[in-house]
Each structure stands twice: as C-alpha cells, then as structure tokens.
Design a protein around this ligand. Structure first.
Ligand code: LLP
Length: 431
C-alpha cells in the first residue's frame, strides 16, 4: 500500500484510517472526498518539529490554502501550530470563519485589488507578501489611512528551474509572479519598500516550484537570496529578518515515486543556510516554508461508484465512474499519475487493462489510463489515492454536477466537514 494509514479488511474492502471505504460511501454517498485528519496532523507536526529543531527561533510552516481550503481544516492547522498562506479574500474569509488567528495569515497574490488590500487590512491579516510596485504603493496608502504599520515580505524570483513540470514551476525569471533578482529589478523593489512609511519590511519570499523531492533546489535558492540580501545590506543598510522559501516538497502519487525525508531535507537546508550566513557574517534569518501538497495530498482519498464497463473492440476498455474532471481535473490538466484501487474488491486479481473515465461530456475527462483493475461491475467502489491536494480546490460544476461532500476521519470516527452540493446550490446565484 502507498501509505501506512491504508489497509484491507476481512471483507476485502479498502480501509482508510481504520474505517471501511464501502461503509463511508454508504453513509455519505459517492463521489466522496475522504480526508484523514490524523494524517494531516502528523504531516503538520513533521514540519513544525523540523523547523523548530533545525532553524532559528521563530521559524515555522504556513499551510498553502490553495491546496485545500474549507472552514473545518483551519482549527486543525491552528492546533498544530501552523501559519497559513492565503491568496484571495475568499481564502482569508474561510480561514477566519474557521477561527484562524489573522496575525498568522500571509496574504499572497500577484493581483490584489484595492478591495482585497482593504479587506485584508481590515481583517487584521498579519503579513502581506507584496508582488509588485503597484501593490506596494496601494498597501502603503491604505495602511497609512488606517494608522497601521503593515508587516510585509517582498516576492522575488531567484530564477531557478527545479526540474518540475513547466505548468507548476514558478521560480523562473519569466513568470507573472514577483520581481526578478537577476535583472536588477528586485533591488529597486526593495529600495521602494524600505522608503514606505507605513510598511515594515521583514524580508523576502520566493517559491521555486512544486513536487520537489530533495533539498538541493531550495539550497540553490538560499544561495541566490543570501547574495541578494548581502548586496541589499551593502547598498541600503537593510538586514533581512525573515526568508520565506515557499512550498513545494513532493508527495507519492505512485509506488515508483520517491519518499521525501522532510526532516532530513530541512536539516540539510538549515546547515546550508547557516554556513552561507556565516561566510557572509550575516545574521541567520527566520525561515518560513509554505507546504500545501505535502500536508494534505496523502491524507486524501476520493471514492467513486462504477457506472459500467465499456470495451471498444480492437481499442481499449473503459471503467466509468460517477465523478471525474469536475472533482479532479489534474489528469486532464497535467496528465498527473494516480494510484487507483478497487476499494470494494481489493483481493480480486487485477487482470483487466482499462482506462478510468469520468462522467463529463469531454473526451479528456479521464482519471487514469492503462491501469490494471479487476473487471468491474456497476456499483463497485473505486478509490483514487493522494487526492487531498488541488482536487477539492480545483473542482468545478461543469455539466452542472454537484460538488462532492468531504468527510474528515479522526481517531476512528468520520464526520461530515463539507456537505454535498444540492441542485438548489447550483441555482442559488441565478436570478
Ligand atoms: N507557496 C506559493 C507561493 C505557491 O505558489 C505554492 C503553489 C505553494 C506555496 C504550495 O506549493 P506545494 O507545497 O503545494 O507544492 N495546481 C497545481 C499546483 C500549483 C501550485 C502553485 N503554487 C497542481 O495541481 O499540481
């Protein structure tokens, strides 16, 4: 099994956190997002502990809400000592509705509107990660109007390609996020920020990409950021107190994916950082990380009911399920690999080569191609693993399908955290 929280019971059913997947689908319906809260908590602890053990005091992880965002998640994150990265007023609203302390929010985004900036200030959001000069000017103005001295980090691009998919790689120079170091623009950005009366510049932010399996690309980013910090200290007399290195540690979608040693990588990164600072006689800054995927992906499983099997003679066979690109668009978008399991017949021989297709009116609506499954029957339950990140948050109502419910599993009990949408929800905004 891909993860230690999965098992098989005497009925030959998949178990998640000790609970029978077939029972969960009976009780809450399918498709169903299942989130093992205990696994989320364990993932949070790994980061909180490693940052406390190896990085300077005050270092801590921020959960990237773009990976998963609903009210009931935020009390869990708070209890585990996480901060949170938010990218829109909607994410801020959700975090606050979940009781999350606003001072532990870090507001991202490359196009924060005037309304967004004011909403965040009025909500008491602790930190802004400023993306560009226009935002800097507006934030300074609105903070001044409110008599606030707003803490900020500046988003800079170190120009690193961590060898991930182009589509999820944001550290390159040519991208719409942040201001590049190499062209000299970032230095001018820092100068402008230091001169703002109503802004308290703490340091820099960079995010180099996603699905990164080792510390090396982060160490490369640290080298570039420290050289830049040193240049700024000489030029402006400004010393960086906080470095936010973004998110990006990878997760296992398939058995062939490597297992990331998160504490080991954070330790290696800390040693690299401390050595780099010592060489420059630079005070070691606090470190923030923004993991999203590696906190929630492996805690999530999606359950689907099989509608039928269709064999196109001379071509291939399809198993169709009662969800698809509406609840998981990642195969359609990125050809993402997934592990698909026959949740209601785990012990049956997997001798049927097939493609799992969704129910949307689109030929690209596939969950996974050319996998081995038992020959399925209508009513069978299928599980797709590692769907806790970027599935719920990227879901849609295409074809007017209702979004699935989400249940959280904690200490052997399941509770509904997001109810399934109804037809009334579908027309709720229609006038
Ligand atoms: N911080 C920043 C500024 C980010 O842009 C991201 C992800 C993260 C943190 C979290 O990265 P993670 O730890 O989750 O890798 N929709 C794509 C992923 C897009 C990621 C964008 N930024 C997917 O489904 O794979």
């Amino acid at each position: 099994m891909l993860y230690e929280n999965l098992g098989i019971n005497e009925q030959g059913h998949l178990t998640i956190g000790g609970l029978d997947a077939v029972d969960l689908a009976k009780e809450f319906g399918a498709p169903l997002y299942v989130l093992d809260e205990d696994k989320v908590r364990a993932n949070c602890r790994t980061y909180v502990q490693a940052l406390a053990d190896y990085m300077p005091a005050g270092s801590y992880p921020l959960f990237a809400g773009k990976a998963l965002c609903f009210k009931g998640l935020y009390p869990v994150l708070e209890e585990e000592g996480m901060g949170a990265d938010v990218v829109s007023p909607g994410e801020i609203y959700t975090a606050l509705a979940g009781g999350f302390p606003p001072e532990r929010l870090y507001f991202h985004g490359n196009n924060k509107t005037d309304e967004d900036i004011q909403y965040a200030l009025d909500s008491g959001v602790g930190h802004f990660i400023v993306d560009n000069h226009q935002e800097l000017d507006k934030l300074d103005q609105y903070a001044g109007e409110r008599g606030i001295r707003q803490k900020v980090l500046l988003r800079v691009t170190p120009g690193i390609d961590p060898h991930t998919l182009q589509a999820i790689n944001t550290g390159r120079i040519d991208c719409q996020f942040g201001v590049p170091i190499e062209t000299g623009q970032a230095a001018r950005f820092v100068k402008a920020a230091v001169e703002k009366k109503n802004l308290d510049l703490l340091g820099f932010h960079s995010h180099i990409g996603s699905q990164i399996f080792e510390a090396e690309p982060f160490c490369d980013a640290v080298d570039i950021l420290l050289d830049f910090a040193e240049q700024i200290r000489k030029g402006l007399g400004f010393t960086v107190r906080v470095l936010n290195l973004g998110g990006g540690f990878g997760v296992r979608y398939q058995e062939s994916d490597p297992q990331v040693d998160i504490p080991g990588n954070i330790q290696a990164l800390a040693e690299h950082l401390k050595a780099g600072c010592a060489a420059k006689d630079y005070p070691v800054p606090q470190i923030l990380l923004e993991p999203g995927r590696s906190i929630v992906a492996n805690a999530g499983v999606t359950l689907y009911e099989v509608g039928g099997v269709k064999t196109i003679e001379g071509y291939r066979s399809y198993i169709t399920v009662n969800g698809g690109m509406t609840d998981n668009p990642r195969y359609a978008l990125y050809r993402s690999p997934y592990t698909v399991l026959p949740a209601s017949r785990m012990n049956d021989p997997r001798d049927f080569l097939c493609t799992v297709a969704g129910r949307c009116c689109e030929s690209g609506d596939l969950i996974q191609e050319n996998i081995q499954m038992p020959l399925a029957q209508r009513g069978d339950l299928i599980a797709v693993l590692t769907t806790g990140a970027y599935n719920f948050t990227m879901s849609s109502n295409y074809n007017r399908l209702c979004r699935p419910a989400l249940v959280m599993l904690h200490e052997g009990k399941a509770r509904l955290a997001v109810r399934r949408q109804t037809f009334e929800d579908l027309v709720a905004c229609d006038l």
